[in-house]
Design a binder for this molecule. Structure first.
Ligand code: FES
Ligand code: FES
Length: 164
């Protein structure tokens, strides 16, 4: 968790656009985007798994590309828009990727799911009809400790095939 009281010499004020809304925030120089999302904005969809760029649980979209938010300093974001899992879909309507995970039992404990959903969303925005190999490649940076990979891939396949 970020330190509660910022020291002026090590802080900066930033304007961070998250899910279409701009937030003016005072952050410490070393705080990651994940720190700020979870601790300052209460957006807890992105999860802290390894905190060192290995598991993908913290994946968000930065300027439409999937990134590990634990590996991006809040100060590095600049004017690039951030989208978290909370920013998908509309009120009471899931994003089709979320719905596909739900319909195909794509989650077990669910801890990794927001990260997978964001990586999947980025893939489908780029390539609405990915091959199985392209799906596997796009999700290769996300780990699932419950070993739900089969259902996760099935969720993606079902969504792709429904869109044909
Ligand atoms: S928490 Fe960021 S990659 Fe694992
Ligand atoms: S569903 Fe539990 S870690 Fe992936």
């Amino acid at each position: 968790m970020p330190d509660a009281v910022p020291a002026a010499a090590t802080t900066a004020t930033i304007a961070l656009e998250v899910n279409g809304r701009v937030h003016r925030l005072t952050v410490r120089h070393h705080w990651s985007l994940l720190d700020v999302l979870r601790e300052q904005l209460d957006l807890t969809g992105a999860k802290r798994g390894c905190d060192r760029g290995e598991c993908g649980a913290c994946t968000v979209l930065l300027a439409s590309r999937p990134v590990y938010s634990c590996q991006v300093l809040a100060l590095q974001v600049g004017h690039r828009p951030v989208v978290t899992v909370e920013g998908l879909g509309e009120s009471n309507i899931l994003d089709p990727v979320q719905q596909a995970f739900l319909d195909n039992d794509g989650a077990q404990c669910g801890y990794c799911t927001p990260g997978f959903v964001m990586s999947a969303r980025a893939l489908l925005d780029d390539n609405p009809h990915p091959s199985d190999d392209e799906i596997r490649q796009a999700l290769a940076g996300n780990l699932c400790r419950c070993n739900a990979y089969g259902r996760i891939i099935q969720s993606m396949r079902a969504m792709r095939d429904a869109a044909r």
